[in-house]
Design a protein around this ligand. Sequence first.
Ligand code: PMM
Length: 287
Amino acid sequence: MIFARRPLVIGVVNVTPDSFSDGGRFHDVSAAVAHGLSLLAEGAGVIDVGGESTRPGAQPVEPATEQRRVIPVIEALAARTVVPISVDTRNASTAGAAIAAGATIVNDVSAGCHDPEMLGVVADAGVGYLLMHMRGEPATMQDDVRYDDVVAEVTEFLLERLAAARAAGIAPEQLGADPGLGFAKTTGHNLTLLGRLPELVAAVGVPVVVGSSRKSFLGRVLAGPGDDPLPVDRRQDGTLATVVWALDQGASAVRVHDVRSAARAMQVLEIMRRAYDGGLTDPEVAA
Ligand code: PMM
């Protein structure tokens, strides 16, 4: 499965009018395709195309609308690259249409809880399946943010959904898991999940993907005491810190909007890892 080829930077293309981070910027097909191609040039190892905003409080989008947004973009990108295209959807019909258009990964923020057909569609197609932890629906998820031990409870949920995916016929090597930063979690929960990431990685037993990019917990950490959270366009430094941390602490992939900086940070991290292992053989690097 693609996520096992770590480390990997997943570039986000949101074809939505209202995503929190980039809503409206790539809403038409040609802008979204151009953006996807630029993320590929910057080093994305997967392009994740979504047509439904899942920001806290977002209202659901009809699958037909979602498909009108993402299918032409996936078709165009799949025709231009061999890099895997993933579709960010909770809807089985959208997943099926995206697979027919060339997507080889389904990224489901509901982990198969939203649409009972989802696991079967993915199993039949034999594509990758990234399942994420969330509670309820994006419209209501921030109403349910109580945990006794967020790492244990998110891990338990992921294990249960991974078992359901396997039981539905999805091959184990096609699976990835994501703790769902920002989905039904407080700032403290998000930071705890990142801080204790190695525990979660060890427990779930499949490649772990982390999506911290531009999320509001970073805006809160970076704000001065008593200040409002920093706006989305001022969270890049924080994003990069979490990207490096997540990859160093065992994540296989990071899902980001700014691919260039994540890919370059990953490149430096990898060379430091080789140096740590005593494996620097490239004369140019060793000189
Ligand atoms: N976050 C968002 C959307 N999809 N998928 C996964 N697997 N993990 C995430 O953290 C995630 C996701 C929300 O961010 P966006 O609106 O900027 O895409």
